[in-house]
Ligand binder design. Structure first.
Ligand code: ADP
Ligand code: MG
Length: 298
């Protein structure tokens, strides 16, 4: 059992940051912990990594209790905190050696994590000279030093530019092949891009726990299209996968399909074949996104 959280609550003064949270992660997989700001994600992660104590409930990491076996838990987890605190004046190698010594990790791990996180070309630089993407790699390298089974990554991709984002996602996905990765994010696309499973938290409560496979199954998509003249609904229903058609305004139609595969190309072909001109065409909902919105509203 990698992570086992049972009826966990945490209050700060009078505020309940976590409210009877329970979930389990049993195998090497990448689990996204998704929720809006203030939902309780960082609080959960600090408890999992023994930085703070829960008010109620139990937590086991790799079979060890966070309260009574905190050293074993620390040996089992690698943690990338939310704001990735680095010593900017240190050189990459110097920083990693410093931490390797502090954690009593064999020296050869330094070269191993530099290689593993793709830091080799930047390893001789000062941390202050690195881009945000490379700083995240240093944080990940640091979390990997003692070769933990479980990685806890608090918003690892927040604030990265699109290229850095792709690189860090790929790195995390590779790590997830052999380790349990529990990562938080407030951005749905990150879950869709990286995770096998998503646990959604809102106001300290778990509101969904599903595999991405389950989420993608039975999903629909709605496309909004505007033609240059009126067309019968029945005619539109000839496009494969159409389940319903709604004429919302003049020549504007909302077409719902029972698939998440992008159906805009089919709508485009349909228009061409029928000598219709398309005045606008867009997907109304990205599925996970609308689910996230629904689940985290009110
Ligand atoms: P998230 O990481 O999902 O944004 P946090 O776990 O940081 O959420 O915070 C959850 C709630 O707990 C928020 O309302 C936040 O203001 C509150 N909180 C977090 N840390 C503290 C603290 N040290 N003292 C008081 N309240 C806190
Ligand atoms: Mg946070």
């Amino acid at each position: 059992m990698s992570i086992k959280v049972n009826q966990l609550s945490k209050t700060y003064g009078s505020q309940k940051a976590l409210n009877a949270v329970s979930f389990e992660i049993n195998k090497p997989e990448i689990v996204g912990f998704l929720g809006p700001n203030g939902a309780g994600k960082s609080t959960m992660m600090k408890i999992l990594t023994t930085y703070i104590k829960a008010t109620e409930g139990t937590v086991e990491v790799n079979g060890f209790d966070v309260n009574t076996q905190s050293r074993n838990v620390q040996a089992s987890v690698g943690y990338l905190p939310e704001h990735n605190p680095l010593y900017l004046e240190m050189y990459v190698k110097e920083y990693l050696s410093f931490n390797a010594k502090a954690y009593k990790v064999p020296k050869d791990r330094i070269a191993a994590v530099i290689e593993q996180t793709g830091l080799t070309p930047e390893a001789h630089k000062k941390i202050s000279q690195l881009s945000k993407g490379y700083r995240q790699r240093v944080g990940l390298a640091n979390a990997l030093l003692h070769n933990p089974d479980v990685l806890i990554l608090d918003e690892p991709t927040t604030g990265l530019d699109p290229n850095q984002l792709v690189a860090i996602r790929t790195l995390i996905q590779n790590l997830g092949k052999e380790k349990t990765v529990f990562l938080s994010t407030h951005i749905m696309q990150e879950v869709e891009a990286m995770c096998d499973r998503v646990i959604i938290i809102n106001k300290g409560k778990i509101v969904a726990d599903k595999t991405l496979k389950e989420l993608r199954k039975n999903k629909t998509q709605t496309i909004v299209v505007e033609f240059d003249y009126r067309i019968e609904d029945a005619f539109i229903k000839r496009i494969p996968n159409v389940v319903s058609v709604k004429n919302t305004y003049e020549f504007v139609y909302e077409i719902t399909f029972d698939t998440i595969e992008d159906r805009r190309p089919l709508v485009f072909d349909f228009a061409q074949e029928n000598d219709l001109k398309i005045l606008q065409l867009h997907q109304k909902t990205a599925n996970l996104e609308s689910m996230f919105r629904t689940l985290t509203q009110h």
